[in-house]
Design a protein around this ligand. Structure first.
Ligand SMILES: Nc1ncnc2c1ncn2[C@@H]1O[C@H](COP(=O)(O)OP(=O)(O)OP(=O)(O)O)[C@@H](O)[C@H]1O
Ligand SMILES: O=C(O)[C@H](O)CO
Length: 445
């Protein structure tokens, strides 16, 4: 992975800080840390799996980091691996030998994901209790594996996903709805196979709730049909979802559809869910790198939430206080935050939450000398764009003004991508092989 940053006095440092954070959370690296193999015995989370006891070892998975995870795992398993498949976002595939990698649409699901989900379910349901199924999950899997229940079409699902993702709803809410429309999410993958399951999970959900990450296909689901309906009503989407979807959810609320499996359900007796990495890991590695580079460094938060532009403005406002305290000749300062903000998209433009965060931060630090803010999605694609995020400074707002760029209008229209491009402020990485939370870095010299 190559990180491309705008030219600035902080670019070399930021490249190191972001590179270290992304590399530590990379899917393959996380799998190698989590899985040990000695002879025929795999060790995962202190549990031993004697491969001789299983007829077949199969890998299934999805998420932006699933191909990197699959490649590391197939190297570990060697010829003990029967085969498998994983689904990644377009462009996030890496070469593998035995595990087939399918590419599909993200953040809005498409037909390729629909077919891949069917193949994955078919593969899972043909396994027996004498087989070991290793499931690889990372962020993005929910969109990559659309598996609508009978009666609901893919286009119904595409529409509701699009509306939910643009409504400002948090991932717990979004996935509560997804789990109640799916044949695979919310523990239903575990319910459709009798194989022994070990699920390796790279988290992009704050708090690392395994029932929320990737909509928890192998985890007990604490949420209910009723909560799914409430989410849609709260976001004023209930009347705009398709009649078949409303009917299904309504029937679920009346007990006429089978609820997602809950804690204690027999299907989870043969499942081990293991968290193998998260945003917190990336944040601490970023902080370590900044300290090693001589910065006084603090981790401000590892679970920042809220509307991206408000969070960006507050983050930038911190620089005003710090500016007063950081004097020439003293150690420079670095503040690192991790999190997952949201954007309520009401405009027609292009952008993402890290880019909105950066634009709002640029306004908040306007005029401050030697202050920079970087906002980055660790997966390398912020929103439906090819930028990972952006780097802004105290001079960005003035530069925008000189070029006739209206930052407020860009935020209003959710159109931050084109203006950051014009300003040369984008951070580009391409697919990174991971997908944990976003990173926000404030530097004051
Ligand atoms: N024009 C826009 N400006 C700002 N944000 C946008 C815009 N269009 C979409 N978004 C946001 O982008 C988000 C999807 O982008 P992205 O793929 O980065 O999310 P993600 O959290 O990484 O996805 P996942 O959780 O599935 O991995 C949506 O939730 C939406 O709020
Ligand atoms: O795929 C998903 O559901 C989100 O990325 C959260 O894990």
């Amino acid at each position: 992975m190559t990180i491309r940053l705008p030219t600035s006095p902080v670019s070399t440092l930021l490249k190191r800080v972001l590179g270290r954070a992304i590399n530590v959370a990379e899917g393959g690296a996380a799998v190698k840390r989590a899985v040990g193999r000695r002879g025929d015995v795999l060790t995962i989370a202190s549990r031993r799996f004697d491969l001789r006891r299983y007829d077949r070892v199969v890998v299934l998975g999805a998420g932006k980091a699933a191909a990197s995870m699959a490649r590391a795992l197939e190297r570990l398993l060697g010829n003990r691996l029967e085969g498998g498949l994983v689904v990644v976002k377009y462009g996030h595939a890496v070469p593998t030998r035995r595990i087939v990698v399918y590419e599909a649409g993200h953040p809005y699901p498409d037909r390729a994901g629909f077919h891949a989900a069917r193949r994955l379910m078919r593969a899972a349901s043909t396994l027996s209790k004498r087989d070991l199924l290793i499931v690889l999950l990372s962020g993005g899997a929910s969109s990559l594996l659309p598996a609508p229940v009978p009666g609901i079409s893919l286009s119904d699902k595409q529409r509701v996903t699009r509306r939910l993702l643009r409504s400002g709803a948090g991932i717990q809410e979004v996935n509560t709805v997804r789990k109640h429309l799916s044949a695979l999410k919310g523990g239903r993958l575990a319910a459709m196979t009798s194989a022994r399951i070990v699920t390796l999970i790279l988290s992009d959900v704050l708090g690392d709730d395994v029932s929320a990450i990737a909509s928890g296909p192998t985890a007990p689901d604490p949420s209910t049909f009723r909560q799914a309906v409430l989410c849609l009503k709260r976001r004023r989407l209930w009347s705009s979802v398709s009649p078949s979807m409303r009917k299904h959810l309504d029937r679920g609320c009346r007990g006429l559809e089978v609820e997602t499996p809950k804690t204690g359900a027999p299907c989870f007796r043969h499942v081990l869910n293991v968290l193998i990495g998260s945003g917190a890991l990336a944040v601490s590695e970023a902080a370590r790198a900044a300290r090693e580079a001589g910065f006084r460094t603090v981790i401000h938060s590892i679970n920042l939430t809220g509307e991206a532009r408000l969070a960006g403005a507050e983050f930038g406002a911190m620089a005003r206080d710090l500016r007063r305290h950081v004097k020439p000749g003293r150690k420079p300062c670095c503040v690192i935050t991790g999190g997952e903000t949201t954007v309520t998209v009401s405009g027609q433009g292009r952008g993402g939450r890290a880019q909105e965060f950066a634009v709002a931060a640029a306004q908040a630090i306007a005029g401050l000398p030697n202050v920079w803010v970087a906002a980055v999605g660790t997966d390398g694609t912020d929103g439906p764009t090819d930028a990972a995020g952006a780097l802004v400074s105290g001079q960005t707002a003035a530069q925008a003004l000189r070029n006739g760029i209206d930052l407020n209008a860009a935020l209003k229209q959710n159109n931050t991508y084109p203006i950051l491009k014009r300003l040369g402020a984008h951070i580009m990485t391409g697919p990174t092989g991971t997908n944990v939370n976003d990173l926000y870095v404030l530097l004051v010299f």
